[in-house]
Write a protein of this length. Structure first.
Length: 480
């Protein structure tokens, strides 16, 4: 059915959800010659609340000029709260196996209607990144902003209880049914690993195959291990460099130097000018406190490319190179939909987490300068009035016979391999592809693309994952 005819049919249809077509220019630029159809899934904000307001969930269907298969690939990104529709939509990559590609957003995010933002929340984070406040003050101010944003959203008629993974799963299913796809393939990055796994659990007949790229699992209790996971990845870098003769010769004693950077920031913080196009004079003054130094260095652990440069950075900063510190400071303004993120997290993650375990984990690593890897400050949900009692299945391992390809990165500080290994135990048709030199988003590589193409061609077949071993250790020499 052509898209226009579908819309005409939906216009007279009854039901709570429908498709509204919009000009793709509202979301992105479209490369020349690429056929794209954009719109909103219009759905209730909370399907369990009669009369709940209708919201818009954005999507972009990129038609494959060489389509050979009718089942599309639906791609969702992480967060919660990340944006998946790219700034420029280009032709479908061959890795998607002759299928149309659908970019499907999470409800409440940057392109959604409405966007669930929290004014002032990002600004407090910026103050911490500039060294104006410490981690304890940041947590207090974020909690205060959250309380104000929740109250304002509710006064405007928002049903914040509708922001859950279960709601996003039903958004995907209603979109599938409205467009007319019989079966779909799903790709989920990071947080959306939960979405695609729950969709496969709840709608197995509609799910042909699932690719989970360094996924967060349903039962992970992420905040309980945030600091430990970061410490683990940092220790892996130290150990890998020490084993690498060239890296160890160029950058010895990295652990001692990392700790020395944070300790020096406590004694004598640097004050440095950092380029910022949005600031008067195009510069911002940053006071490199322990929080600022540790936060900037730990951020390098997410990407395989930045992991490779971390030994050089630690060495240079420990030696007093301010330019190296400037190169990794992120002080730009964030337009992240923080209210959406906190609503979802308070609705389905925090109720299952142990505050005592989170507190122990945070106290265990004083060398991190008070940087809190938790998604939200402790107590924010309760103080902001975001309380929920999710069903136990929202913290239970997903069981499904749908074929899964799971990408895992050995150095990943956010969703470490151990949680994906546990995930696979209840997915009998799953294959884990572990990338020994990668961090978060490990599947974004030439090897990952080839595995994805092979898996989408034959999800039930035996997959040759040997390409993951082509790079066994990070190329630290690249950072020398």
């Amino acid at each position: 059915m052509m898209f226009g005819a579908l819309l005409a049919a939906l216009a007279v249809a009854t039901g709570p959800a429908h498709i509204e077509r919009v000009d793709c220019a509202r979301f992105a630029k479209v490369a020349e010659g690429v056929a794209v159809e954009c719109g909103y899934l219009r759905a209730p904000e909370d399907r369990d609340v009669p009369g709940s307001r209708t919201i818009g969930v954005p999507f972009a269907i990129v038609r494959n000029a060489r389509r050979t298969a009718e089942d599309p690939v639906i791609f969702m990104t992480g967060g919660p709260g990340g944006q998946v529709i790219p700034s420029t939509i280009r032709a479908v990559d061959p890795a998607f196996g002759g299928r149309d590609l659908v970019f499907f957003e999470q409800r409440g995010t940057a392109l959604a209607d409405p966007r669930l933002d929290c004014p002032g929340y990002a600004e407090e984070k910026q103050r911490a990144q500039r060294g104006e406040i410490d981690g304890k003050t940041l947590a207090s101010r974020l909690t205060q902003k959250a309380r104000q944003c929740v109250a304002a959203a509710r006064n405007a008629g928002a049903a914040l209880s509708g922001y859950t993974t279960r709601s996003i799963v039903e958004d995907v299913e209603e979109f599938r049914a409205a467009i007319g796809f019989d079966r779909i393939n799903l790709i989920g990055l990071s947080y959306s690993g939960k979405v695609v796994a729950e969709y496969a659990r709840d709608h197995p007949r509609r799910t042909r195959a699932v690719i989970a790229n360094t996924p967060l699992t349903v039962e992970a209790n992420y905040d309980e291990y945030g600091e430990s996971a970061m410490r683990r990845s940092l220790d892996l870098v130290f150990a890998a460099c020490q084993r690498d003769r060239e890296c160890n010769r160029a950058h010895p004693a990295l652990r001692m130097k990392f700790n020395a950077i944070v300790a020096r920031a406590a004694r004598r913080p640097w004050t440095i000018a950092v380029p910022d196009p949005a600031a008067p004079g195009h510069q911002r003054s940053v006071r490199v406190t322990p929080w600022v130094a540790a936060n900037a260095l730990l951020d390098q652990l997410y990407s395989g490319a930045t992991i490779e440069g971390l030994p050089r950075l630690i060495d240079a900063i420990a030696a007093g190179d301010r330019q190296s510190m400037i190169s990794i400071l992120d002080i730009g303004r964030s337009d992240y939909p923080w209210l959406m993120r906190m609503a979802l997290w308070c609705n389905e993650e925090v109720p299952f987490e142990s505050h005592a375990r989170i507190e122990r984990d945070l106290r265990a690593y004083p060398e991190f300068g008070g940087v809190d890897q938790s998604t939200l400050p402790l107590g924010l949900c309760r103080q902001a009035g975001l309380k929920a009692r999710p069903p136990a299945r929202e913290n239970s391992p997903v069981r499904s016979n749908v074929p899964f390809l799971i990408f895992s990165g050995l150095f990943d500080p956010a969703t470490p391999p151990a949680i994906q290994q546990r995930m696979a135990r209840t997915l009998p048709k799953s294959t884990i592809a572990l990338f020994p030199a990668a961090g978060h988003g490990a599947g974004f590589s030439a090897c990952g693309a080839s595995l994805m193409a092979a898996f989408l061609t034959n999800p039930e077949g035996k997959l040759d994952i040997s390409c993951t071993r082509e790079k066994l250790v990070p190329a630290f020499a690249r950072g020398n």
